[in-house]
Design a protein around this ligand. Sequence first.
Ligand code: ATP
Ligand code: LTN
Length: 334
Amino acid sequence: MKEFSEKVTKSILTGIQPSGVITLGNYIGAIKQMVRMQDEFKSYIFIADMHAITVPQDPVKLHENIRSLVALYLACGIDPDKNIIFIQSENEYHANISWLLECNTPFGELSRMTQFKDKSSKNVNFYAGLFTYPVLMAADILAYDVDYVPVGIDQKQHVELARNIAERFNKKYGDTFKIPDVYITKEGTKVTDLVDPTKKMSKSSENPKGTIRLLDDEASIRKKIMGATTDSDCLIKYDPDNKPGISNLINICVALTGKTASEIEQEFTGKNYGEFKKYVADVVTEEILGIQKRYHEIINSDELDKILDENACVTREIAKNKFMLMKHKMGLYK
Ligand code: ATP
Ligand code: LTN
């Protein structure tokens, strides 16, 4: 069985949906943070594929996205020796735990989830899974008795629901779950859409020109950056309110080079937007081409399958124990 290093005591768990190829936004805002956290925490990182099917998915594309997301994680520096990376649907106990939790979750509490209200109001045809999704998320979290759940602010309400569900279950049936804390990931590193810099860059975005995906080819990455929306005053200055386009490009450079915004401003004093964009394109392509090189070595390797098979076993064992304990507490045994 895989063991975490003895030096780390606190644990985290986080999931990302394979709803498209991950973007530069996901990389800068989430994955780079996970890489930084991997020496400090026991980390469970999983591909939330059962969450992805709460909205319609093309099966062939979904399958491709799942495998490619795992390979991208590894290529971005998530170390399989320090993290347990796994695919949610490979561990049937998440769904089993979720059902027991659903039967302990008031309908009214789920009706208050803002993400459900948002997503269901945009589409007349939505499915029951979209409504019960936060309970599956609670199951993902509570199965592993983790200390923290790092998520963006949009997921905070779901983690709070998981805490409520756990507290209520513990009270009703006796101590069963550790109560996790939400760990809000920094907003400072938000990357915005290149065409509409007031919007978040998002992997399910419909406009490909505004989004850089980690598997885009070099020419198209350069083209998207050179075509990024800016403004007409020709000043390279960090000012997110008045110059969202240029500020987004500066943010990207800060995240990828380690330079400060004012160092970048100084370096480009008196230069034009074309020169600056060319620099941004060089920085981004250098980073992404390095990731792609590692990705292509990993995607079809036996190593990937070995890691996923091993971690499916490890996580199944942990989640199975939790499921058996819950069943027992609820009187579901012969
Ligand atoms: P979707 O389009 O499917 O909603 P998304 O690309 O918006 O996906 P999520 O799957 O919701 O991303 O988020 C995965 C992680 O990436 C979260 O931690 C989130 O905070 C982070 N993230 C997503 N987009 C950005 C962005 N543009 N800038 C910084 N961080 C981001
Ligand atoms: N719902 C999250 C993904 C997710 C998750 C989780 C995150 C599913 N299960 C458990 C943290 C912990 C999203 O859509 N970003």
